[in-house]
Write a protein that binds this ligand. Structure first.
Ligand SMILES: [Zn+2]
Length: 507
């Protein structure tokens, strides 16, 4: 058992958290950098996690009345120009298509040719291109609401990229809705934020804080932006989903107008909301440990892996027959309406290596079965959530009968653990010296894990926000819905404040 004392990752979270994050991704074979700068290759294990997330989210969107559609990848430059704040927010990170063919030059090299009269922008987000369609579709109040979601890729030219968290191209969903009234659009904005909250907590086992973003962190062009914020194990925040109330700004820009019941022509009210493959980054950083990936059963590509152990062909036959029985029993069961996925790894590689391979990939339950297990009608099972990775010998029937309960318990334990961590690292701070101390690492060169979620008063001025950001790289993550009105003094300037907000360092 001595082997279990050292960790499978070459660096621990404590040693070097950013490096540990990359090592987990590599060891679990989730993704890798591609030759195209800033773009990642999502490998099958990582992509299956995304598919599992997609399926859950997609169902929630449909349950709340939305349908999927698809709009173009290219946005005419003039569309982007229609909303001033929007263009300002995204102009610096746009990929632009300027030519439409290639031809050979004198040196036999391919060069762009056929210059476009008007350049096309690769969507950084789709409010404007979708708005152009909506303007055609909406004529009367009878055409409303429009409740559409799109699964797509988007491109935002990032200079400093990081797998899953910040890449030039990423996958996401973007909901775009149109409503007849402000009240309906507001309700939609909150409803979808709640859908994200439920998804993060129930499916990803990550507790989140719902709240409103400050003006400086608002989506370009939105009237208000709301977010869910999660705490990673290095006590930094990760914005995990956003929902925007766009007022009539984009309706005016795209000319989405309708005839009201009273026969008046009015601009519509719109919303947009999205989550991305960034959530895979959240999943890794919220749950994984020094032995690699730890996955909540609800999104794990496989729930169970079985490693058969045998010395010769006759033992192999005995063991594999026994495994067949287990497979049949498991196939009859469902975990949250999904088939329980059981993988048998019969590859000809060393036992220890194979063991660690699956630990690093985060499969919830790892089972070993040898001839002695067959004799005794037992199995040996290791739960990935057990920090000691202890082997438990149990009767085969017991394992089968309790399987759904076991997975459910593991899912819940992961949430509870993350929630305790969030609670233990959230403080009420009223004094700037204390605030500064907690957000300043002892080792500036190579910062150790430090910081927290600070519940502090803020006067509402962007000056204070900017000063704190400049000095400590700490920002207001959001203004939580759960914070009650209470009189206090701004953590920075001492000015009057009526509510606490969440300050933290973030990704
Ligand atoms: Zn202030």
């Amino acid at each position: 058992m001595a082997e279990y004392k050292k960790t499978a990752m070459p660096v621990t979270r404590e040693d070097d958290y950013p490096q540990w994050y990359l090592e987990v991704i590599k060891a679990a074979e989730l993704a890798e950098n591609s030759d195209v700068r800033g773009c990642m290759v999502i490998k099958p294990w990582g992509y299956t996690i995304w598919e599992n997330m997609q399926r859950e989210l997609d169902q929630s969107f449909k349950d709340t009345g939305h349908t999927n559609a698809y709009f173009p990848l290219f946005i005419p430059l003039e569309y982007l120009q229609q909303e001033a704040d929007h263009v300002e927010g995204f102009a610096k990170e746009c990929a632009v298509v300027t030519h439409h063919r290639l031809s050979l030059n004198g040196d036999g090299k391919l060069v762009p040719d056929g210059k476009l009269e008007e350049p096309l922008v690769i969507r950084p987000t789709s409010e404007t291109i979708i708005g152009a369609s909506y303007a055609k579709w909406v004529n009367s109040y009878r055409d409303l609401p429009i409740l559409i979601n799109q699964w797509a890729n988007v491109v935002r030219w990032e200079m400093r990229t990081r797998l899953f968290l910040r890449t030039t191209e990423f996958l996401w969903q973007e909901g775009h809705t149109v409503h007849a009234t402000k009240a309906e659009a507001t309700e939609e904005t909150h409803k979808m934020l709640y859908v994200y909250k439920e998804f993060a907590e129930n499916v990803l086992a990550i507790p989140v804080i719902q709240g409103e973003k400050t003006e400086s962190e608002r989506f370009p062009g939105a009237v208000s932006t709301y977010s869910i914020e999660a705490m990673m194990q290095d006590k930094k925040a990760l914005q995990s989903g956003t929902s925007h109330f766009l007022g009539q700004n984009f309706a005016k820009a795209s000319k989405i107008k309708f005839q009201s019941k009273e026969g008046k022509e009015e601009f519509a009210w719109t919303t947009s909301w999205g989550v991305s493959t960034r959530l895979i980054g959240a999943l890794i950083m919220a749950h994984s440990d020094d032995n690699g990936l730890v996955l909540p059963p609800r999104v794990a590509p496989a729930h169970i892996v079985i490693l058969p152990i045998y010395k010769d062909d006759s033992e192999r036959e005995t063991v594999m027959n026994y495994i067949e029985d287990i497979k049949l029993e498991v196939a009859k069961q469902r975990f949250f309406e999904r088939k329980i996925v059981l993988h048998v790894d019969d590859r000809d590689i060393r036992g220890g290596e194979k063991n660690w391979y699956w630990i690093k990939k985060g499969v919830p339950l790892k089972i070993e079965i040898g001839p002695r297990d067959v004799e005794k009608n037992t199995i040996s099972v290791v739960k990935r959530t057990d920090p000691g990775l202890k082997k438990n010998f149990i009767l085969k029937e017991e394992f089968i009968n309790c399987l759904v309960e076991t997975l459910t318990n593991m899912q819940n334990e992961m949430y509870e653990k993350a929630n305790s961590f969030l609670k233990e690292n959230t403080y009420e701070i009223n004094d700037y010296a204390e605030f500064k101390k907690i957000f300043t690492p002892k080792n500036e060169e190579k910062p150790e894990i430090h910081g927290c979620f600070a519940r502090s008063h803020w006067c509402g001025s962007s000056k204070c926000e900017d000063a704190i950001k400049e000095e400590l790289k700490v920002t207001v993550r959001n203004i939580p819905f759960t914070e009650k009105q209470c009189e206090g003094n701004c953590i920075y300037c001492g000015g009057k404040s009526s509510k606490r907000v969440i300050f933290a360092k973030s990704y």
